[in-house]
Design a protein around this ligand. Structure first.
Ligand code: ADQ
Length: 742
């Protein structure tokens, strides 16, 4: 109806306008016709009466002539008749002859002048015709016609014109509405067929309306738009969106606008360190920070972490908060202070001597001390209090990071029952038998089940966790939906493989690959064409550095042609040096490297170069870009970001990645040379293959791996978790609303 009105209303207005303009025109036209008719009539009358009138004029019978005039002016239209013998005479006239018509002024009524004379009776038409004889050579007959009928007719004409346009408007409107409705249906059918994809490229489906030619120009545009929308929706549903920090930020703005977001991790995203009289804000080399920062920036949330820097206390306000990043503050860090005792028990003790080896099963015995556990509980509680204090709403989104906070989800739940708690466990989860040796296994698992969503890197770890719950707790496990119901709360156990930022920061790729190659070879006193392998890790026993060095020794044993032509630089960041096992591990690595170098001494550059120190991310990338091979030999690793960083660093599509089958990354990067790090011969063979791999094969493998890392990047990791959380919150709110309504 509204559509019809859209057509009909303007049409009516236009027609009314035309009618308004046309009526006076028609009026004038009809008047002109009547005047012409009266002229003709006057001539006829003159012709008809000329003969008898001439006779009477010659006879000079004025009375008779007046009677004669009175008689003929009884005609309905002929109003009066008069005769002027000369301009100086008075007219010899019938009754009603207008006094204004004087014989001396008859000239103006002759010819093409205006023949109309206004009178009380309405307009009169005056026709002056010559009527001469010998006695009156200037004689003129004056015929006055009544024109009041013209006014009546004009009124009627206007009325008819109005009716005509009304009828025309009705007919045209009706036709327009019918045509519009039919066209609309046609357009709709055409549009539907386009939306179904029956566009220009394909034939319409049988029975479907054939495509309207009018759609041809927009068909391609429309199809492109539809495909884009479809791809976007599909991508979002299937997690294939092109995730960038911007798209993450945009989605978070859309989905989590105004939400209260809190991140909790042991490590802070910015650590303030005192360097002499300067204070430096250090950004730890951590994938976690890279992944979570865009979320914090998008939501201006708060990040709660252990204040571990030497100048951390100097930088905070009275609420222990500091705004970061220092250059453009976008969110806040809330620092939690730990005593040396707390740190020893919670961080070094239960987390890193207990849970870390327990979950990695790297043949280092986990150590469980009740004192450590007490501190672990106390510190988790301390962080729970900090979360409750920092929450601006009763239902914040809390992102709990890692094995330092296994108890925290449930503790937060006790204080903020409506919070959405997403916990991500960055390390592997072992099978139930292995996990069972933890004296507080039930408490740890129950603590984690305070989460709304519990994330792991791989499905394998999700399965292990659900099996563990099934084995030790009175909980209902739904393996279809992968949810656990425990103590009336539901936890979704999900796989979110972590990754790195893509594309890597431009600064990381600033130095060209040839420059990195030549500079690093120069730095380590290696010839320009020397083959270079790299390993980049925290100096952790789970990273398989010892196994890696054994594999290199085995390579040189089996393929002595590489002696003096191949060196391996192990970049190792010191870590958890307060733990005996780590100190022992460092000693072991140093001794092994020294022994191998000694063994091949005097045969060119040493095969192993140890760089045991923290490097800036840019320096790490330079090693990646300079290397022919990157060797990741973790004995067990939740994901391993080093493997993905190596791939990201190689925009030249060269270099070979050797990757342990016990990393989460191995499930995503099958184009790497996948090895068992415990098998030195297999690793040596992989090294041999890598060092002699043709460039085309390197490129093919690297290209595939780069494609995957680009797509499954860290923004996707964070985005998927938060989108799931947002969906969960929407569902929760809907259920609450319904419950209130019931
Ligand atoms: P990590 O065990 O620390 O992480 P990883 O994923 O490899 O292991 O990340 C290490 C990070 O530190 C990388 O960004 C790397 O570049 C950097 N790094 C390593 N050595 C360095 C050095 N010498 N100097 C400077 N930077 C160095 C834990 C889990 C992993 C999981 C991540 C993320 O153990 O399995 O992938 O969390 O969830």
């Amino acid at each position: 109806m509204r559509l019809s009105l859209r057509f009909v209303l303007p049409l009516m207005l236009v027609l009314a306008g035309i009618a308004y303009g046309v009526a006076p025109l028609v009026d004038q036209l009809t008047l002109r016709w009547f005047v012409r008719d009266l002229d003709i009539r006057a001539t006829l009358v003159v012709n008809a009466i000329e003969e008898p009138l001439q006779e009477q004029l010659l006879a000079g019978k004025k009375v008779k002539i007046r009677e004669f005039f009175n008689r003929i002016s009884q005609d309905e239209r002929l109003y009066a008749v008069g005769y002027c013998a000369s301009p100086t005479d008075k007219p010899l006239a019938s009754r009603y002859f207008p006094l204004e018509l004087r014989c001396a002024e008859l000239d103006r009524w002759e010819g093409l002048g205006d023949p109309l004379l206004a009178s009380d009776k309405g307009p009169l038409h005056v026709a002056v015709k010559p009527m001469v004889n010998e006695a009156a050579p200037d004689g003129r007959l004056v015929l006055v016609h009544d024109m009041s009928f013209v006014t009546r007719r004009s009124e009627e004409t206007k009325r008819y014109v109005f009716y005509f346009f009304m009828a025309l408007a009705a007919v045209v409107s009706l036709l327009t509405v019918i045509i519009a409705q039919l066209s609309w249906r046609g357009w709709m059918a055409g549009m539907r067929s386009l939306l179904r994809g029956e566009g220009l490229l394909r034939q319409p489906a049988v029975g479907a309306p054939s495509q309207l030619p009018e759609f041809k120009p927009i068909a391609r545009d429309l199809q492109r738009l539809i495909h884009e929308l479809e791809a976007e929706t599909r991508a979002r549903d299937e997690g294939q969106i092109t995730w960038t920090s911007e798209s993450l930020r945009a989605i978070l703005h859309g989905e989590l606008r105004g939400e209260d977001v809190i991140v909790v991790s042991n490590r802070e995203p910015y650590i303030h360190q005192r360097r002499g009289d300067r204070i430096e804000a250090q950004r730890p080399a951590s994938g976690l920070v890279t992944a979570l920062e865009p979320i914090m920036r998008a939501c201006s949330g708060i990040w709660i972490a252990h204040g571990s820097g030497s100048a951390d206390r100097e930088m905070v306000d009275k609420h222990d908060r500091v705004a970061v990043p220092p250059e453009h503050p976008a969110y806040q860090i809330r620092r939690v202070w730990l005593s040396a005792e707390e740190e020893a028990g919670y961080y070094y003790g239960f987390a890193n001597e207990g849970l870390w080896p327990l979950c990695h099963i790297a043949h280092v015995r986990p150590t469980f001390r009740s004192g450590d556990w007490t501190q672990y509980v106390a510190v988790n509680r301390k962080f729970a209090r900090a979360v409750a204090a920092e929450a601006k709403t009763k239902d914040p989104i809390v992102l709990v990071q890692d094995y330092h906070f296994a108890l925290l989800p449930n503790m937060i739940r006790e204080q903020l029952p409506d919070a959405t708690i997403i916990t991500f466990w960055h390390i592997p989860w072992p099978n139930p038998e292995s996990f069972a040796i933890c004296p507080w296994r039930d408490e740890v698992v129950a603590g984690l089940l305070g989460s709304s969503i519990l994330g792991f890197h791989t499905q394998f770890h999700c399965n292990n966790f659900v099996d563990t719950v099934d084995r030790f707790l009175e909980a209902r496990v739904d393996r279809e939906s992968f949810t656990v119901s425990f103590g009336g709360k539901l936890t979704a156990v999900r796989r979110y493989p972590i990754s790195i930022a893509w594309p890597p920061e431009a600064e990381m790729l600033q130095k060209s690959v040839p420059d990195c190659r030549s500079e690093l070879r120069l730095l380590h006193d290696l010839p320009p064409e020397h083959k270079l392998g790299v390993g980049v890790d925290r100096l952790d026993y789970t990273k398989g550095i010892v196994e890696r060095l054994h594999a290199i020794e085995r390579l040189l044993e089996l393929n002595p042609e590489w002696i003096g032509r191949f060196s391996f630089v192990q970049v190792a960041a010191p870590t958890r040096a307060g733990i005996d096992e780590y100190r022992h591990h460092e000693t072991q690595v140093r001794a092994l490297a020294a022994r191998i170098n000694e063994r091949f001494e005097g045969q060119g550059p040493p095969p192993i170069v140890l760089r045991i120190e923290h490097h800036e991310p840019r320096a790490v990338y330079e090693y990646f870009r300079a290397a022919d091979v990157c060797f990741v030999s973790s004995l067990h690793d939740g994901m391993n970001l080093v493997a993905k960083e190596f791939v990201a660093a190689r925009d030249d599509e060269r270099g070979v990645l050797i990757l342990s089958q016990f990393t989460g990354a191995a499930r995503e990067l099958p184009e790497a040379l996948i090895v068992n790090p415990y098998d030195a011969d297999q690793c040596a063979a992989a090294l041999q293959l890598a060092l002699s791999m043709p460039e085309t094969e390197q490129r093919d493998r690297m290209r595939l791996m780069r494609g995957l890392v680009a797509e499954f990047n860290v923004f996707r990791w964070a985005g998927r978790m938060l989108l799931d959380a947002a969906a969960m919150r929407r569902r929760g709110r809907l259920i609450d609303k319904k419950a209130r309504a019931d």
